[in-house]
Design a binder for this molecule. Structure first.
Ligand SMILES: O=C(O)/C=C/C(=O)CC(=O)C(=O)O
Ligand SMILES: [Mg+2]
Length: 224
């Protein structure tokens, strides 16, 4: 049988939704000066946010403080609408590591003014993405170690066991609000320890024992 024209292993090419969960690690919420949430905090990135190794991550022209947030990405394998927690994992096709690139200064301004986080979270290259990891290679998504190195130095590390809302809880909650489709992705939030990166910095991030990826930061210059 012929291989599908759009293999799910290249889900970032599908133009599908990226649903992001914020403050899903209590310590990260606290380092942001926020109270851990009692229900998942959601925001979106466009599919044009994806960037793959070999291409650079841009610091937007309006950003002075760019934070990479390593996060477990859950890739949906089929249409997912109002599923229960018990059924949720049947809809997962696999996982990836993504960086939720955040223009933190823009986010601070948006928070202070009560504005949406679009400028902070949804710019081009705001979602560096690793290779796809089929679910068969992951016994338990809540027993994974995420890490980020900047210029070879370990910057951030955390365990998915510390997520406030588990993967099935997130899928069930989100799918009551947003119908998810094959190739859609949920970013499950970052562990604590976020910090800024500069132009020419080398980012390396991964899920221990499963996947890793590298990117270089470049400064966006208007008109270039
Ligand atoms: O509460 C804040 O100031 C910032 C929160 C985030 O950026 C949320 C996330 O993206 C996350 O927790 O991963
Ligand atoms: Mg995040």
């Amino acid at each position: 049988m012929a291989a599908p024209a759009r293999p799910l292993s290249r889900f970032w090419e599908w133009g599908r939704s990226i649903v992001c969960v914020g403050r899903n690690y209590a310590e990260h919420a606290r380092e942001m000066g926020e109270t851990p949430p009692c229900r998942p905090l959601l925001f979106l990135k466009p599919a044009s946010a994806y960037v793959r190794p070999g291409s650079p991550v841009q610091r937007p022209y309006y950003c002075q403080r760019l934070h990479p947030e390593p996060e477990l990405a859950v890739v949906l394998g089929r249409r997912t609408r109002a599923v229960s927690r018990d059924d949720a994992m049947r809809y997962v096709a696999g996982y990836a590591l993504c960086l939720d690139m955040t223009a933190r200064d823009a986010q601070d301004t948006c928070k202070a003014r009560g504005l949406p986080w679009t400028l902070a979270k949804s710019f081009d290259t705001s979602c560096p993405v690793s290779d796809f990891v089929p679910k068969e290679r992951v016994a338990d998504p809540h027993r994974l170690r995420l890490w980020l190195k900047v210029n070879g130095q370990l910057r951030q590390e955390g365990d998915t066991a510390d997520m406030l809302f588990s993967v099935p809880e997130l899928i069930s909650y989100i799918s009551e609000i947003i119908t998810l489709h094959e190739g859609d992705v949920i970013l499950t939030g970052t562990p604590p320890g976020v910090a800024a990166v500069e132009e020419h910095d080398e980012l390396e991030a991964g899920i221990h024992g499963l996947v890793s990826m590298r990117f270089t930061v470049v400064q966006q210059r208007l008109g270039a």
